[in-house]
Design a protein around this ligand. Structure first.
Ligand code: GLP
Length: 257
């Protein structure tokens, strides 16, 4: 795991966007795994800016999102489908039919998950997976105790996640859907390359556990230690509990600023 630490989220996001842009330019027909949440917003904005300026094109790319709330139809303003359309897809030159988010309103959610997993495989797998991390160490919606061998499936959201995501549901944790469809940890580890973003003090414990703790289901992101090509972009706050900082800084000199 390579860890690049920058002074602020905006400096880090710009660096992460340039990192992703290089991958997309080197493989214009790549398959992207995408994430929601506040962490990737500035990365999406910067990639969209590059696209408008003609420096990058998504015309040949296909995308698969990590997760979606169960019960929210794609048109719901709070759905991750809408989030992606508004914050990214409508601002770039991608063909919308090449963008997939699990359908939270599918009549048979288990079948939707199995079909999603098969669709990723049929696309040749994910070349570059973008991730955020929950304060409890979740990736996608793989909550603590998720099997490290899990595949795309219906998951129950933890109380901590319901509270953290209440801000998108009128600050009412009771209004947040109790379940979601999420790519599994093993599905995520299948990606050829992974980029993870984490910003703010609230992520410092999860980040330290992810990078330096034992690999364990209690902190799902720790499974990323098993992947050979993970690059983590942090601000100083999210990095504040890491013990091996000097080593990360030495290694990160190879990651262009
Ligand atoms: C959500 C998403 C995750 C995301 C995480 C962190 O619950 N399912 O994919 O990484 O929470 O979100 P944020 O970036 O807003 O802190």
């Amino acid at each position: 795991m390579k860890i690049a630490i920058d002074s602020t989220p905006s400096v880090s996001s710009a660096r992460a966007a340039r990192f992703m842009a290089r991958q997309i330019r080197s493989n214009p027909s790549c398959v992207l795994g995408l994430a929601t949440g506040s962490s990737p917003l500035a990365v999406y904005a910067e990639l969209a800016r590059m696209c408008r300026a003609g420096g990058i094109s998504f015309a040949g790319t296909r995308t698969f999102n990590l997760d979606e709330y169960a019960g929210l139809p794609p048109g719901d303003a709070r759905s991750y489908r809408r989030f992606m359309d508004e914050n990214f897809f409508e601002k770039i030159d991608i063909d919308l039919s090449n963008t997939r988010v699990p359908n939270g309103a599918a009549p048979d959610l288990d079948a939707e998950c199995a079909e999603y997993e098969a669709a990723v495989r049929a696309a040749g797998g994910i070349d570059l997976q973008l991730l955020g991390i929950g304060a409890n160490g979740h990736i996608g919606f793989n909550e603590p105790s998720s099997s490290l061998g899990s595949r795309t499936r219906v998951v129950a959201l933890s109380q901590k996640t319901l509270s953290a995501n209440a801000r998108f549901f009128g600050n009412d944790p009771g209004a947040v859907p109790k379940k979601a469809l999420s790519m599994g940890i093993a599905s995520i580890l299948d990606a050829k390359k992974i980029v993870l973003l984490a910003y703010g003090k609230g992520k410092a414990d999860a980040v330290a556990g992810m990078a330096e703790g034992p690999v364990c289901a209690k902190l799902p992101a720790s499974a990323l230690q098993l992947h050979p090509d993970v690059t983590v972009f942090l601000d100083e706050d999210a990095a504040s509990k890491l013990e091996l900082r000097p080593y990360y800084d030495a290694v990160a000199r190879d990651i262009p600023a």
